[in-house]
Write a protein that binds this ligand. Sequence first.
Ligand SMILES: *Cc1c(COP(=O)(O)O)cnc(C)c1O
Length: 231
Amino acid sequence: MLKPDEISENLKAVTDTIRNAASHAQRNPADITLVAVSKTHPVETIEMALACGHRIFGENKVQEAEQKWPALRDKYKDVVVHLIGPLQSNKTKRAVQLFDVIETVDRLKLARAVAREMELQSKRPDCFIQINTGEEPQKAGVIPSHAEAFIKECRDGLNLPVVGLMCIPPAGENPALHFGLLSEMAKTNGITKLSMGMSGDYQTAVEFGATSVRVGSAIFGVRPALTIAAL
Ligand SMILES: *Cc1c(COP(=O)(O)O)cnc(C)c1O
């Protein structure tokens, strides 16, 4: 586990890298949100980042977020938590309760369940549509050729607050091609936000128009295998 000073330095370094990549691409650094991915890290580690003033986090599991975030929200009212992992339809109620942003809407059954929950809870977390830009069979996300119809159905048919697109490029491929594709798809569909880029490639993602990057290990260090009991 990293020490508070190290997390503070890492946050500064990542923020600097984002600022440099933005100015290189003639973009305003203020247009890029750093989502600190705190999955598998314990509350104590997250509090170190909160103590530095960081407020925007990403988690990939509903159950883990449920164990960590309600207490943190009581202490830090202005935190914003993104769901960045796959969501099962039977967990949408808890996801809509817990998260401010759901980045992984990727199939009709889930989109319908999320829309229904938003109605029931009168709470509308921003949604991103996850695109499987590499068309990898094992990976979540809508394949590019289905994206336009899916986005239209989510926005117009289900009235979901679709604000952006999200992707995770295939390991071992040049991520720039995938970031470029996602950026084109957003333009085609009149969407302005792009969640793309992780510790290894967020600099490239910023150059290709990312409006948020999801950075875990470059901030928090190596992820512990399991820190939360019974996950
Ligand atoms: C874990 C995860 C990240 C962060 O990965 P790092 O390489 O540690 O920065 C980003 N996005 C998603 C969807 C993840 O699951």
